[in-house]
Design a protein around this ligand. Structure first.
Ligand SMILES: [Zn+2]
Ligand SMILES: [Zn+2]
Length: 915
């Protein structure tokens, strides 16, 4: 059989992905005789383009789903996309702008047509890209948050909450993005530290009272004699001030409570109120109150019944209430207003001031707190239940440390602002009668007003927060509420099993921590409320992908690694292996080219080993051979590898099931690379190439047996190469093998193959061989030179063992003559090493020039000693320690450690030569 010498992922990946699709292996239907294992994908936005974060998230899901499928579960991984409200609307608006169009010019209906057109053209890009990762999603079940099935669920949920009185409309202060023209919820606000200013503005007192020291007394141009000074970071909002507030216990201002000041520029009297909220230590201790533009001021105003004056509008421009500044941009107004205040003598001073300011998480525009009319969802009861299920561990976090932030957030939860002033999304299903009858919430547009019969009904213009629909994802995708969705109709029995009944609750949610609040907590709240059951029992939270220096991948740093390019270069399996290895529980994944190279090298190693096995199966007939029929021909190496293989099954399965994907990957790497390839395969060669047919058959059997099972263990991580080799195996020896590895059953450990005695013996032989190899490498003995090996065991058992396995030593340590003798005397000029109480001598005469080697090693040691001295002095230098950047100090310390290890090694080697 022709087997290419190199593994070519480009050919195999396409071939096997198409094969899997064609055979419908990814598809799942409810089956009463099987246990479901369900994952719903965190739906990427339709604007998404595959990045390493997606790659990590989806590779982990695919690993779990492939594992469970092989373990005999009815595994379903449901894919789909999110309409991504603001984000998507922004993208399309930008495109329109380049054609000189705006959504306002187009009007709502035309604009939405454009949105849908865009979604049809590019909205599935990300899903196509997931296929390149090997994702085994059930594509027949692909959902979209705005398709008819999911939309129906959204409307149902809204109307349900509305009728229960849990949804209400109210005037509240919201985080408003003047760019996106919509309100944002608190968690959609990104706080960023900025270098700003603090302007101290003087408000003249209306009635002159007793002058106290903290009030400004310069009367100058304005003619007033006394001022109250307030400090603000946003002077333009003063135009909407309706009070000044002070702390009731602030002695400086106590006398002023109840009096009034004149609001400069606007020339309007406003009261001085006392409120506990005021921080006396900030600025002058007196603060201006602008209820329409500050959430804290909004609350103060509610407590003191103050009016609210909106001076900045939704476009971020000054409103008509701002007098002559009307129409001006808010920041332009700030500049001009400060000038005017300065001119008129109202500006006391300006200080530099750093503070945190809210930005839109979609477009980075500085947000404007605004009073506006919004829809709210009461979350109190839901949050309590979501807390309950986590405390009872019905919803379990992996790693466990994520339970705390989840609980903290829910315990401090405010009502959720669910309305957005954009057009792309689920429009709020509420209609208003033009005659002033009560509003109507309904799933479909009512024909006429139930109050007065009028058909002049206007729908609320707002749409729902995108996260409202994603919160329903674990059940909306299965057709909640019942009967409306994709109900299975191909079941063999008469009884139709409902998807929702069968697949819900799902098994695990795999996600990054950045959407713990935005998404995870809300899914739990919605699940326990609308389904009366948790949406998933496990929440597996993985880290984020960073570069090798630990930095986030970002275009501005230029450290982005493109997963598709990586696949082109190294193959999908290499990328998947790198991700699996890197995904250490509770830590971020640091990636560099080296990780992918390691993945590719691993694939090549597996390929070469499998090729060797396959090439040596020609002419064999293993179909009738069983483990029992060859057992009596087992060698020590056979017994050892079978023990280790069964141990690997146990450990790898435990690691996978405990979500410790990284450990599973490392165990497999270690088992395959060193145990199977480097030791067992090398030893098996003797019998494969030997004369004895029955010995050859035993070796062939064990090789195929272990290789086959190992491929299965590796399949969830590296699906393509394992499938390719599986098919090659099937062509040569098809004994009862499934037509694809992805539907083969997961290996179970066989207790009877565990063999402690064989392990102990084999490890001893391996240690002896390793010592000889070690000597060869330290002494730089050329590869083609055979060494002599003299072994002095201390007891009879070891003597017999080593004598029996002289061929192992000869083969793997490249030794010509091997002598095992309890009475050996140490020969002259030889390297000595010790394995337990066994001494191993390798005569060096004629192999190397000993005196030259001693000289070389001594020189090397001297050189490094000097370096170490230099570094030690540096680390003693206080000046260096305090002034150098910490990462430089760290680097020097690390180098010191490295030198110490090297010098230790060299000294040992020198000792070895000298003995
Ligand atoms: Zn924005
Ligand atoms: Zn009416």
């Amino acid at each position: 059989m022709e087997i290419p010498t190199r593994y070519n992922p480009k050919i195999t990946e396409k071939r096997w992905y198409d094969f899997w699709l064609e055979r419908k292996y990814f598809h799942s239907e409810p089956r009463p005789d099987m246990k479901p294992y369900t994952i719903v994908i965190p739906p990427p936005n339709i604007t998404g383009y595959l990045h390493m974060g997606h790659a990590l998230n989806n590779i982990l899901q695919d690993i779990l789903i492939r594992l469970k499928r092989m373990q005999g579960y009815n595994a379903l991984w449901l894919p789909g996309t999110d309409h991504g409200g603001i984000a998507t609307q922004n993208v399309v608006e930008k495109e329109l702008l380049s054609q000189g169009l705006t959504r306002q010019k187009l009007g709502r209906e035309k604009f939405l047509e454009k949105m849908w057109e865009w979604r049809r053209e590019v909205g599935d890009t990300i899903l196509e890209q997931l296929k390149r990762l090997g994702c085994s999603c059930d594509w027949e079940r692909t959902r979209f948050t705005m398709d008819t099935v999911c939309e129906r669920a959204v409307l149902e949920a809204f109307v349900y909450f509305y009728r229960k009185g849990l949804i209400y409309r109210g005037e509240y202060i919201v985080n408003w993005c003047p760019r996106c023209q919509t309100a944002l919820s608190d968690i959609e606000v990104e706080h960023e530290e900025v270098r700003g200013k603090l302007w101290y503005i003087k408000y003249p007192l209306q009635t002159q009272t007793e002058v106290c020291g903290y009030l400004s007394k310069r009367s100058d141009e304005i003619g007033a004699t006394t001022f109250v000074v307030v400090a603000t970071t946003r002077p333009e909002t003063m135009l909407g001030d309706t009070a000044i507030a002070i702390h009731p216990k602030d002695k400086r201002y106590k006398e002023l409570i109840g009096s009034e000041v004149i609001l400069p520029i606007m020339d309007r009297p406003i009261p001085i109120v006392a409120d506990e909220f005021v921080d006396s230590a900030f600025g002058s201790g007196a603060v201006k109150v602008t209820p329409a533009h500050d959430p804290d001021d909004f609350k103060i105003a509610q407590r003191h019944n103050l009016p609210s004056v909106k001076v900045i509008n939704e476009q971020g421009r000054m409103s008509e209430a701002s007098g002559k500044y009307q129409g001006m941009d808010r920041f332009e107004c700030r500049r001009e207003l400060v000038e005017e205040l300065k001119e008129k003598g109202y500006l006391e001073k300006i200080e530099d001031y750093n503070y945190s300011i809210g930005h839109c998480y979609r477009c980075q525009t500085i947000l404007e707190p605004l009073v506006s009319e919004q829809w709210y969802l009461k979350t109190g009861k839901m949050a309590k239940r979501a807390i309950g299920v986590a405390k009872q561990k019905r919803v379990r976090f992996i790693p466990e440390s994520w339970a705390k932030p989840y609980l903290d957030w829910l315990e401090d939860l405010h009502d959720w602002c669910i309305s957005r002033q954009i057009w792309w999304g689920h429009r709020i299903p509420v209609w208003y009668c033009q005659k002033g009858c009560p509003a109507i919430a309904a799933i479909e547009r009512p024909e006429k007003c139930p109050g007065c019969g009028s058909n002049n009904l206007i729908q609320d213009p707002d749409v729902l927060d995108t996260w409202f629909s994603s919160a329903l994802w674990p059940f909306s995708t299965f057709g909640w509420p019942k009967g409306e969705g994709r109900v299975s109709n191909k079941s063999k029995s008469e009884k139709v099993i409902d998807d929702l009944d069968y697949y819900y609750p799902t098994s695990v949610l795999v996600t990054g921590h950045e959407i713990l609040y935005l998404w995870v907590a809300r899914m739990v709240m919605m699940g326990v409320t609308l389904m009366d059951d948790i949406p998933f029992s496990d929440v597996f939270i993985h880290g984020i992908v960073r570069d090798v220096k630990g930095r986030k991948m970002s275009k501005s740093i230029g450290n982005v690694i493109d997963p598709l390019e990586t696949i082109e270069k190294y193959g999908t399996d290499a990328l998947r292996f790198a991700m699996a290895c890197g995904g250490v529980m509770g830590r971020d994944v640091q990636l560099s080219e080296e990780n992918f190279m390691a993945g590719r090298n691993f694939a090549n190693k597996i390929w070469n080993a499998s090729r060797l096995v396959l090439m040596n199966l020609e002419g064999s007939n293993l179909n009738s051979v069983t483990i029992e029929s060859v057992r009596e021909r087992f060698t020590l190496a056979d017994r050892w590898i079978l023990d280790q293989y069964n141990w690997a099954i146990e450990e790898v399965t435990i690691a996978f099931e405990g979500y410790d994907i990284s450990k599973a990957a490392r165990l497999l790497y270690e088992f395959i690379w060193s145990k199977f390839c480097d030791w067992y395969l090398e030893l098996a060669k003797m019998r494969l190439y030997g004369e004895e047919a029955s010995e050859r058959e035993a070796a062939q059997f064990v090789l195929v047996y272990v290789l086959e099972g190992t491929l299965k263990l590796l399949h969830p991580i590296m699906p393509f190469i394992t499938e390719e080799i599986w098919h090659l195996l099937n062509r040569i020896s098809p004994a009862g093998r499934k037509e694809s590895i992805m539907i083969a059953s997961w290996p179970l450990p066989r207790r009877e193959e565990r063999d402690e005695e064989a392990v102990e013996k084999m490890e001893l032989v391996i240690d002896v061989i390793s010592q000889v190899r070690n000597v060869r490498s330290i002494m730089r003995i050329p590869h083609d030179k055979m060494v002599e090996v003299l072994i002095k065991p201390s007891g009879k058992a070891h003597k017999t063992l080593l004598e029996e396995h002289i061929p192992y030593i000869k083969n793997l340590a490249k030794s010509g003559e091997v002598t095992v003798d309890m009475k050996l005397k140490k020969p002259q000029e030889c390297a000595t090493s010790v394995v337990g109480d066994i001494e191993v001598y390798v005569p060096l005469k004629g192999m190397i020039d000993i005196s030259q080697e001693v000289e070389r090693l001594s020189k090397e040691i001297e050189k490094i000693e000097l370096e170490l001295d230099r570094i030690n002095n540096k680390l003693k230098n206080k000046n260096f320690l305090t002034k150098a950047p910490p990462q430089v100090v760290e680097k020097v310390k690390k180098q010191k450690e490295e030198y110490e290890i090297t010098i230790d090694k060299l000294r040992k080697n020198l000792k070895l030569v000298k003995e």
